[in-house]
Design a protein around this ligand. Structure first.
Ligand SMILES: Nc1ncnc2c1ncn2[C@@H]1O[C@H](COP(=O)(O)OP(=O)(O)OP(=O)(O)O)[C@@H](O)[C@H]1O
Length: 247
């Protein structure tokens, strides 16, 4: 079981008058195979936290521990853009991040391409695919290493609404199937409500303004009144912390 423990996590950028406190002594516990979304206004520290959790960024001070059944957890990351290597085929982009190139590994990569409906595109180059397809490859690549914890930073924000909707459905299916722990940063409250077991609402500096349990069954229908109520709860917190422009 994955355990994420964050203690007194602090991150500053710049010095003197230019100093910005992105994370101000953040404390957080995430446990189990959960899908956790982090929402909050622009600049509240969501990406900084994700970057520190995933090891891309180092904290100014504080501790982060991420384990799976007591051992250091394997991590995966999905960015806003797919960041594929354009000179490698789709299959080679997946193989590139694997420990070996055995037949078994290749079959695993193929399985994840199948899951994102791109099973027949392994020989294509990224430039031959649409933006949504490339993002699908990025998601398949992240899942294909079978990490214990997957960090996703607004993976659908550059996509059109219809593509984003179908990718959310695919992500949900993959999560149900693999039961990875997913930490998902998004601006989109509807997206968080649709996908998550738990929603963390951040105020400035990564302060936790709300921690909302989402026990509704999957798949969730946006027209369902319970989903609407869950969404309203998040927006109410946004309003309380001044993260929502209301007149
Ligand atoms: N590399 C950096 N150098 C200087 N300041 C930074 C850097 N990265 C982030 N910041 C600042 O830290 C604060 C938190 O940024 P962060 O990107 O974590 O917020 P966010 O909630 O993810 O925002 P958004 O939703 O707009 O992506 C912001 O004030 C931002 O300008």
């Amino acid at each position: 079981m994955a355990e994420i423990t964050v203690r007194n996590l602090h991150k500053e950028f710049g010095v003197g008058a230019d100093k910005i406190v992105a994370l101000d002594d953040v404390n957080l516990d995430i446990s189990g195979h959960v899908f956790v979304s982090i929402v909050g206004a622009s600049g509240c520290g969501k990406s900084t936290l994700l970057n520190i959790l995933s090891g891309i960024e180092t904290p100014s001070h504080g501790q982060v521990q991420i384990t799976e059944d007591g051992r250091p957890a394997a991590k995966g990351y999905v960015f806003q853009a797919a960041r594929l290597l354009p000179w490698r085929t789709v299959m080679d982009n997946l193989l590139f991040v694997q420990k070996d190139r055995s037949e078994q590994t290749r079959a695993r990569c193929q399985r994840y391409l199948d899951m994102v409906q791109l099973g027949d595109k392994g020989r294509k180059y990224p430039g031959e695919l649409s933006g949504g397809m490339q993002q699908r490859v990025g998601i398949a690549r992240a899942f294909s290493t079978e990490p214990d914890v997957l960090f996703m930073d607004e993976p659908f924000s550059h996509l059109d609404a219809i593509t984003a909707r179908s990718l959310r459905a695919e992500l949900q299916n993959m999560w149900q199937e693999t039961r990875k722990t997913v930490i998902f940063v998004t601006h989109d409250v509807g997206e968080a409500v649709e996908l998550s077991n738990r929603i963390l609402v951040f105020a400035k500096g990564g302060h936790l303004a709300d921690d909302i349990d989402m026990p509704l069954p999957f798949p969730r229908d946006v027209a369902d009144p319970e989903v609407a109520v869950a969404k309203a709860n998040v927006f109410r917190t946004f309003e309380q912390i001044g993260a929502l422009a209301v007149s």
